[in-house]
Design a protein around this ligand. Structure first.
Ligand SMILES: [Zn+2]
Length: 442
């Protein structure tokens, strides 16, 4: 195993699960490890406390007259359950079939660490970088970056930069370099429906009392029509239509055909908003998804109960120019309007983030395309991303800089799922990409 992989494995062994307070110490230890590692590579680095998990900043010696490039990544990871579906321990990385298997391998430790090692390589070879560089690594991305915008505001001058690069998005197909110029936004919420004062006998009272689980089912079903279109009033009002060049380019992009989606998802067939390809549905159209639902008896066998309460959790992916606050208000009034009689409804809004869009044909976009061409030896494709990185919008609003999305994740990387993985090849390409990118941006 190469020294580069050994260092990545060390990084991957930290169970830096940001959502679980039992792992707060692991998140911090992981941040401290990063500070030490950046120092070894010739950068000056510090841990900055926030109300929750710390931010790591690392930089070279800045000189006047050079471009300031900020590279962002996150060192926290998602939980690992269900653990029994992992082929190997999520925090004991292994290489099988040319891939690294571990929680965080792709999202985001493998990708962000490739940038750090790329910088280390350039520093070792040339003694310095061609640009003023700042690394910003956060430990709260997987919980919606609650403290990062505040951190940016407090350090606005230190972090003011010309352009930002992030590798936390996808490559459309193995070997096809991909530049992302858009992200979907998000808004979340939880629905709690309450009925009788306590769980009831379904024989003695069933038929006379509205069942909260039934009500939740009805409310979920009220979100879409039979063509997969969302029927919340005004939901599509601010959706920016796709441009002709986008539809044309995306039709030729490898890795996003119906067959590809079927293969990657394992779904028996695809279903989505009519009139759009899967790439268009996931990159440029908004969604309404149920992320979880519950209520009543969940144990073995049957229990004839009419539950007092039922719940569902939702996320809505948004596209330019939808506003999260506007959408969540529309969602709430939709549920209120469609709530059946005999129950009460509580809707609790969750975290949100605005959608993002930039011009891929601008000066920095062109430099990024050239870096991708050089490091992969292939023509890059330009895409938008289905996922959300709300902080990218905050970068624009607070630091005034646009973000280049240089994703290295493959569609079957299983991020957030068991058996997350990252090809060794992509890790190595990421190191080369960082070196080419800083040169092009300079
Ligand atoms: Zn993630």
């Amino acid at each position: 195993m190469t020294h580069e992989l050994e260092q990545l494995f060390e990084f991957l062994r930290f169970p830096s699960i940001s959502t679980d307070s039992r792992h707060a110490g692991d998140v911090r230890a992981c941040g401290e490890w990063l500070v030490a590692k950046a120092g070894e590579l010739g950068l000056s680095a510090e841990l900055h406390d926030t109300p929750k998990h710390p931010v790591v900043l690392a930089r070279n010696v800045h000189q006047q007259g050079r471009r300031h490039v900020l590279i962002y990544g996150h060192y926290d990871v998602q939980p690992v359950d269900p653990l029994h579906l992992w082929t190997s321990d999520p925090f004991q990385p292994e290489i099988r079939d040319g891939r690294i298997w571990a929680r965080g391998a792709t999202d985001n430790k493998g990708q962000m660490f490739a940038h750090l090692l790329g910088v280390g390589k350039t520093m070792a070879a040339a003694g310095d970088l061609p640009v003023n560089l700042t690394f910003l690594f956060e430990g709260e991305e997987e919980i919606g970056s609650p403290n990062l915008a505040g951190f940016l505001e407090q350090n606005r001058e230190l972090l003011a930069c010309d352009v930002i690069a992030v590798s936390d998005t996808g490559m459309v197909a193995p070997g096809t370099p991909t530049l992302g110029y858009g992200l979907r936004g998000i808004t979340c919420g939880e629905l709690i429906v309450r009925g009788p004062a306590r769980d009831l006998h379904s024989g003695l009272f069933g038929g006379a009392v509205m069942n909260p689980a039934t009500a939740v089912g009805q409310l979920i079903a009220s979100l879409h029509d039979a063509d997969g279109r969302i029927v919340i009033d005004g939901f599509y009002d601010d959706v920016r239509p796709l441009e002709a060049w986008e539809r044309e380019m995306w039709a030729a992009v490898p890795g996003v055909s119906e067959e590809d989606f079927l293969k990657v998802t394992g779904a028996p067939s695809l279903f989505g908003e009519k009139g759009f390809t899967p790439a268009e549905q996931t990159w440029a159209r908004p969604t309404a998804e149920v992320n979880g639902m519950g209520g009543g008896y969940q144990g073995e066998g049957s229990k004839t109960v009419l539950p007092a309460e039922a719940m569902a959790k939702f996320s809505f992916r948004l596209v330019p120019d939808q506003e999260p606050g506007d959408i969540i208000r529309k969602v709430k009034s939709h549920f209120e309007k469609h709530c059946p009689p005999g129950v009460t409804l509580e809707f609790i809004p969750g975290h949100d983030g605005k959608p993002y869009h930039t011009d891929p044909h601008g000066e920095f976009g062109k430099a990024a395309q050239e870096a991708l061409r050089k490091s992969f030896g292939q023509e890059p494709v330009l895409i938008r991303e289905g996922g959300s990185i709300p902080i990218v919008q905050s970068f624009r609003e607070i630091l005034g800089a646009d973000t280049l999305l240089l994703g290295l994740a493959l569609a079957d990387a299983q991020i957030h799922s068991p058996d997350e993985n990252f090809p060794v090849e992509n890790f190595e390409a990421g190191i080369r990409m960082n070196q080419a990118l800083l040169e092009e941006l300079a």
